[in-house]
Ligand binder design. Structure first.
Ligand SMILES: [Zn+2]
Ligand SMILES: [Zn+2]
Length: 395
């Protein structure tokens, strides 16, 4: 079967399944669940995949609402992971994660229906809690998920059709200082002020900010700083986030920041404890994979085709893409300039544009899989570029 014919068959598969896929998306939208509580979405997606012959495991990599659904064609061959999120925000599905599962399901069915001549493994992987607590994918990574895939792909609803070339690595710390409480007027000399330590740490970071690379971001909030002004605070804490586009560079900044936190304790004769409370790595860019996705996006008639975004945040998917070649195709369903986590995202969640976007994403993901599975040269180029970029990144 030629690849072109295979792709046409994929489009017919998406078309055939479109009423089911859009209904599934609306259903998940109507049952918003926040991180680690996504029982309804997890069941809706896995019930359907099970009914279509996928081997389904619910509760995966230590997370109750994570899943994987495996389709094997023949023995061996490359393994592609289609990752989907389905957690909501307190406002509801304001980040359009309800579209991701149905898009991946549609793509997986299309691959299953059309790619029959070569051996491969295709997995739809459900990844909970993207929005909160440092990300479900990070927790899954710690338990050994994802590393057996050759390539991982995702989709995300957006205001344009694009891919990312980078994402910023992120580390978060809670620094707790402990001193000695004392009457602030009668016996101030007996106190050891934990809040002073937080203030000194804040100043130290301000100076460090001028001695690091331009892409570094440092933010701090005071979480605890005493409760009454006539007592020397014996406990104070601050939460700090540090970011850079390079994980190895960020790690050097973290070591310098730790000296500041400890130095502040030394100056105030308090003790400090530094707890890591979150971590995401930077994405290793693979332009060959991005190009393949965008080529298939053009072929699928995706709206608002645009160059890669200049400013990008941190995501738990990037931690996966730090280890394995991966990419996320962003597909337009809101007007250009409308950000995620907005009223507009929510209001358009079940619109015809949202339906069209998730079907377009299914087409793009499926046809990209066709290119990966039937042309070994694509996979070779992608892996080579990934290793080269990883080396350049110093990872
Ligand atoms: Zn979001
Ligand atoms: Zn999102």
């Amino acid at each position: 079967m030629t690849r072109e014919f295979m792709k046409e068959e994929m489009l017919r598969s998406v078309e055939r399944n479109s009423p089911l896929l859009t209904a599934m998306s609306d259903d998940i939208f109507d049952h918003p669940e926040q991180g680690y509580n996504e029982l309804y979405a997890c069941k809706a997606l896995t019930d359907f995949l099970k009914s279509r012959g996928f081997e389904v495991q619910i509760g995966y990599a230590g997370l109750e609402t994570a899943f994987r659904a495996v389709w094997k064609n023949g023995a061996g061959g490359p393994n592609i992971g289609l990752l989907c999120e389905y957690d909501a925000l307190p406002m509801g599905h304001g980040c359009a994660h309800h579209m991701q599962g149905p898009a991946c399901v549609g793509a997986a069915l299309a691959v299953r229906d059309a790619v029959r001549d070569v051996p491969y493994v295709l997995e739809v992987v459900g990844t909970p809690a993207e929005e909160i607590g440092g990300g479900g994918k990070s927790a899954m990574l710690e338990r050994g998920a994802f590393v057996h895939h050759d390539v991982v792909l995702m989709m995300h609803g957006a205001d344009r059709c694009t891919v990312d070339e980078k994402s910023i690595a992120y580390s978060e710390f809670l620094v707790e200082y402990e001193g000695i409480a004392s009457h602030a007027a009668i016996a101030p000399e007996k106190g050891r002020n934990a809040l002073d330590a937080v203030m000194l740490a804040s100043n130290g970071l301000a100076y460090l900010r001028g001695r690091v690379a331009d892409d570094v971001r440092m933010n701090m909030i005071v979480e605890e700083g005493g409760s009454v002004v006539n007592v020397v605070p014996d406990r104070a804490s601050a939460r700090i986030e540090l970011r850079s586009y390079s994980r190895p560079y960020l790690d050097t900044v973290i070591e310098r920041a730790k000296k500041i936190f400890e130095g502040a304790a030394m100056m105030t004769e308090t003790t400090c404890e530094i707890l890591k409370t979150g971590e995401m790595h930077n994405k290793i860019p693979v332009r060959a994979l991005n190009d393949l996705l965008m080529e298939n996006a053009r072929a699928a008639g995706a709206k608002g085709i645009s160059p890669p975004r200049e400013k990008t945040g941190s995501t738990d998917f990037a931690s996966v893409m730090h280890l394995i070649p991966g990419a996320c195709i962003r597909v337009a369903f809101v007007d250009r300039g409308v950000p995620a986590h907005s009223r507009e995202f929510l209001e358009k969640g079940k619109s015809p544009d949202a339906h069209e976007a998730l079907l377009t994403a299914a087409r793009i993901l499926a046809t990209t899989c066709a290119d990966l599975l039937t042309n070994p040269e694509n996979l070779r180029k992608i892996k080579e570029e990934f290793l080269e970029e990883k080396r350049k990144n110093g990872s």
